[in-house]
Design a protein around this ligand. Structure first.
Ligand code: HEC
Ligand code: HEC
Length: 241
């Protein structure tokens, strides 16, 4: 049994020691924040984007770092998942990227607002969040479907031959090896159906080939178009798998 004075000493010493540890850990956490948030990348654009994100109430439908509403996809890693071009096209015209689905507001944003919001989402995406969100949640995202339903799995397949932009943007609407969205046709055999020049022309502007095309004109650079067309033209029977 402790005597009264021993108990008192035990209490005082214990409280002091653990308070010191707690304060130490708090200071340590605060010291890491600039590093983990990459605060040197906080440009004017990012800051304006953050204000837009708040004032346009994007969190009314989306979560970011786990906070917000659960109607629409988590946006913390949207940059890694979709890439810059998809995000910009989405903000410009949500209906074009997810035809006939749940409605994301078309805010009629100016190009500068789109750039600012995108810069903010890129900054958020590059933060070191100690592994948040967990990987399994990363692939379980909404992807557009032809019938208006949302598919459970949006498989962003890592495949070395595939241009990165294909994994970010094209799989949102097209299947390859059975994985991807179902808005457009599967592309497994596209190399047998179309030659490289047709594919380039199509990617520059689908409407120039098919005026009522349901595929939007995507913001692709001439370099990306060349890379994608070259890749697509290799998708033939013997190459599948
Ligand atoms: C009224 C609800 C709503 C609001 C408000 C909203 N969104 Fe969305 N957003 C959606 C839905 C729903 C989707 C997914 C499309 C679908 O499933 O049809 C989406 C998709 C997105 C995507 C693509 C995500 C992906 O993984 O493909 C981005 C980027 C995005 N929203 C950004 C924003 C930003 C930035 C704002 C604020 C300026 C915003 N959203 C406001 C409903 C909303
Ligand atoms: C928002 C959805 C969407 C996105 C994103 C999208 N596509 Fe499409 N794509 C479609 C639809 C819908 C069609 C069918 C068009 C039609 O026939 O009206 C299509 C058709 C095609 C075709 C067939 C053309 C033909 O005439 O045979 C190719 C090739 C193609 N897409 C490539 C791509 C590539 C590469 C990307 C990524 C850069 C991409 N698509 C992104 C919706 C999309």
């Amino acid at each position: 049994m402790l005597t009264k004075s021993q108990a008192k000493a035990f209490f005082v010493f214990g409280t002091a020691a653990f308070s010191a540890i707690f304060i130490g850990l708090t200071i340590d956490t605060f010291q890491r924040i600039p590093d983990q948030t990459k605060s040197q990348n906080l440009t004017e654009e990012v800051i304006r984007g953050k204000h837009l994100f708040d004032t346009k109430n994007c969190m009314g439908c989306h979560t970011i770092m786990g906070e917000g509403a659960y109607y629409a996809p988590e946006l913390t890693k949207v940059f890694e998942r979709r890439g810059e071009a998809f995000i910009k096209a989405m903000l410009r015209d949500p209906e074009a990227m997810y035809p006939g689905q749940r409605k994301m507001t078309n805010y009629k944003l100016t190009e500068q607002e789109i750039n600012d919001l995108t810069a903010f989402l890129i900054w958020v995406g590059n933060m070191d969040l100690n592994g948040f969100p967990p990987k399994p949640d990363l692939i379980k995202t909404a992807s557009p479907k032809a019938d208006g339903a949302t598919s459970e799995l949006d498989a962003v397949v890592k495949n070395e031959n595939r241009p990165q932009i294909f994994n970010q943007m094209c799989v949102a609407c097209h299947q390859l090896n059975g994985q991807g969205g179902e808005v457009g046709p599967a592309l497994d055999l596209i190399g047998e159906l179309r030659d490289i020049n047709y594919l380039k022309e199509w990617l520059r502007n689908p409407m120039s080939i098919k005026p009522d095309s349901k595929m939007p004109k995507l913001p692709l650079s001439e370099e990306e178009i060349t890379e994608l067309a070259a890749y697509l033209s290799t998708l033939k029977k013997e190459k599948v798998k």
